[in-house]
Write a protein that binds this ligand. Sequence first.
Ligand SMILES: Nc1ncnc2c1ncn2[C@@H]1O[C@H](COP(=O)(O)OP(=O)(O)O)[C@@H](O)[C@H]1O
Ligand SMILES: [Mg+2]
Length: 248
Amino acid sequence: MLAVESVSKRFGGLMAVDNASLVLEPGGIIGLIGPNGAGKTTLFSMISGFVAPSDGRILFEGTDITGEEPHRRAERGIGRTFQIVQPFAGLTVCENIAVGAYLRHAKRADAIGKARDVARRVGLAAELDRPAGGLTVAGRKRLELARALATEPKLLLLDEVLAGLNPSEIRDIIPVIRGIRDEGVTILMIEHVMQAVMNLCERVYVLAQGRMIAEGKPAAVCADPRVIEAYLGHGAAARLAAEGAAHG
Ligand SMILES: Nc1ncnc2c1ncn2[C@@H]1O[C@H](COP(=O)(O)OP(=O)(O)O)[C@@H](O)[C@H]1O
Ligand SMILES: [Mg+2]
């Protein structure tokens, strides 16, 4: 479905993404994890077309889309959420979701109908006619998810949709994400909440300082010394192993 081939992005002197590759088969939920500043959001922006790679190419369903506009990629079926959630505060929840739905529905009534349908799926049905500006953080995260879903994506890129939610809000939204996967949407999710990654993802890629340093099943990846070092610093894996031995 998606092949990111040796993609790099340079911002001035900084290699935000450095020769990163990734392959997604259709179906399933795949994680993208890594410390802050690793280049995860930049990689999403290159897949969705908001940032042009300095090098490498991106294929979607076998077609090279590297130079395509974000709007064209959305038409192909690549949807994304944004890490910084910015709804149109003056519009209702329904109208905000309809903005996404207009991609495939030219008529207002159809777009609104699609928006209502998506709102139900993400648990926003009761908020449809409220101003988006009045939503809680959890509500805004659901709205962000709904806006992306309303474009009817085949591939959905989720950028930290659980960030800022409390444990019970996370418990509530996990089945929503699973439900989207069950309807046939392939999901690539950036996530810091490891419990959710373990719960949801079949496979995980790990980005650190722009480089893809590991890939595999979540449990194996989290036990990988390279990954522990990337998060906790040089020597951390050895220190943890020594502590583990000391505590039996
Ligand atoms: N538009 C930009 N211009 C300059 N530097 C950027 C830009 N976007 C991101 N960066 C830098 O690129 C690096 C990767 O950022 P980002 O992709 O947001 O990481 P992550 O999402 O993994 O936290 C960071 O050092 C960040 O400051
Ligand atoms: Mg980010």
